[in-house]
Design a protein around this ligand. Sequence first.
Ligand SMILES: CC(C)(COP(=O)(O)OP(=O)(O)OC[C@H]1O[C@@H](n2cnc3c(N)ncnc32)[C@H](O)[C@@H]1OP(=O)(O)O)[C@@H](O)C(=O)NCCC(=O)NCCS
Length: 361
Amino acid sequence: MRQAAITGWGKCAPDNILSNDDLATLFDTNDEWITSRTGMKERRISHVPISELSHIAAARALACAGVNADDVDMIILGSCSFDSQVPNSSSRIQQLLQASNAACMDLNTACTSGMYALSVASAMIKAGTINNAVIIGAEVIHPFMDWTDRNVAILFGDGAAAFYLEAEDTEENVGIQAEALGCIADSRDILAVNGVGLKYANQGWPLGTTLWDFEGREIFKQAITGMQSGCEKALGKMGISTSDVDIVIPHQANLRIIEALAQRLKVPNEKLFVNIHRYGNMSAATAPMAIVEAVEEKHVTSGDLILVPAFGAGLTWSAQLIRWGQRCEPIATTDIALPECKESALDIVTRVAETHLKNPA
Ligand SMILES: CC(C)(COP(=O)(O)OP(=O)(O)OC[C@H]1O[C@@H](n2cnc3c(N)ncnc32)[C@H](O)[C@@H]1OP(=O)(O)O)[C@@H](O)C(=O)NCCC(=O)NCCS
């Protein structure tokens, strides 16, 4: 049976760290509040655009799978912070990777984009449209963050993670085994970034300034119910329960959301992977990065069944059951890395905050 196996994985977390104490220099907040309300301690700030961050993660995933860039059939970039809309950003990743035989697609479902990219690539491989794909979940959020708004600015960070998927004709079940995808569009206004998108062009909106509509408590509630019902649907398709799952790797938006979801799904702590303290919420990069780190840290072993619930603006949601293959070690590594950054994370975001203060929306 034709399956879409994940045979390469890689990540790119910028070195620049923005701590809770750094945030306390921008507005009235503190480490104790952020840690106890969200589980976050620090997040990364990128000094390069999303295509460059994605390129590093993708090159690492290709090395891990032991394949050459010119053998790649498809690149899908899942994100909501594209460098440019026309041309698309995945075409720039093709250029940087020198993957000249690859089709290129940008995909936006906000925080779930990385997992939707995995879903699309997997379905195209199973259908025989392509034989392999690189999918990337990546985000460079800091340029359109409102660094004067403590309600949202504490929550997000930048990062990228990638998977290489390839067709395998095997009786062994590998890759996505079941999934459920959806969107609660009646709640699309509870998380909205005003100032980004063509509807603001020629309307006198100050360039580089955003205003976030963000009903944190409402998103919190809907995230839990949306992910819970998604997980139940995906588990139902396989006729199994969470006790048959080896590890749950959820989207990391708030530790309290993760814990509430785990409680409802009856998932014990030892089956739950959490890395929110290191990165905050990297939107589309979050779930892919958590899977990559769970593999690297050996929380995922050969043949494990992984449950990945996620949600994002829209409100989009997803739940996927992924069977990992036999190999948990990379075939090879690459020494490709980001260029050095001379500015601190705090310097970078202070510059963005000043733009907001100079040009209020
Ligand atoms: C945003 C979130 C952390 C807020 O936590 P909360 O416990 O709901 O906190 P509230 O919004 O009720 O605020 C409680 C108080 O803390 C204050 N507060 C808000 N942000 C603060 C900050 N960064 N530092 C200190 N105090 C803060 C509020 O002003 C409020 O004060 P008040 O009671 O005097 O009005 C939480 O709702 C959340 O995680 N929501 C979902 C996350 C999400 O949407 N992620 C993106 C989607 S992928």
